[in-house]
Design a protein around this ligand. Structure first.
Ligand SMILES: [Zn+2]
Ligand SMILES: [Zn+2]
Length: 168
């Protein structure tokens, strides 16, 4: 998936690892090597990823740094619970991205190349709040994904169509 995210990070007091340790402590849980490996890997760069993509980045079984599939799944839900990650559905898959230290934003999703493009819109947030107020609804957050075709896929498609027409 796309890696060219242009949004600025939000200042936060704790590192993701410190924040996660606080969360574990509050639940009487201990930090483990596997959890530490996953925090470091997940927070090394901002990305949208699913559990399989994360598993692909981990060392194979028998190598140091190996984390089993069930542990990856369990730890991902701990990250969501701790407010480190946000989870959303995309084409029936569970996708994760940074929440802690990253600003609220929305996505454009290209159905052709499956890239996600991030954007922020204050007008959208204003509209959301207006709609909520009208329904006496207390907003906790929102998730908007605009589906379609990105500029480069659109151009590539036009080129193909033109080439086809030239042949006729
Ligand atoms: Zn595309
Ligand atoms: Zn995003």
């Amino acid at each position: 998936m796309s890696k060219d995210f242009s949004l600025n990070k939000v200042e936060v007091a704790l590192t993701p690892l410190e924040r996660f340790e606080e969360y574990l402590q509050s639940r009487g849980m201990r930090n483990t090597d596997q959890r530490r490996i996953l925090v470091e890997l997940v927070f090394s760069q901002h990305d949208h990823f699913d559990a399989d993509a994360l598993l692909d980045k981990l060392p194979r079984k028998g190598h140091s740094g190996y984390v089993s599939r069930p542990t990856v799944y369990r730890t991902l839900s701990e990250f969501v619970d701790a407010g480190l990650l946000r989870k959303f559905e995309l084409d029936g898959r569970a996708v994760y991205e940074h929440d802690y230290g990253y600003p609220q934003h929305d996505h454009l999703y290209c159905q052709q190349c499956q890239r996600l493009f991030e954007f922020q819109s204050s007008q959208l947030v204003t509209l959301r709040d207006q709609v909520a107020r009208k329904h006496q609804f207390h907003v906790m957050g929102h998730r908007l994904i605009i589906s379609g075709i990105c500029e480069s896929c659109y151009r590539a498609r036009r080129k193909r169509v033109r080439r086809k027409q030239d042949r006729i």
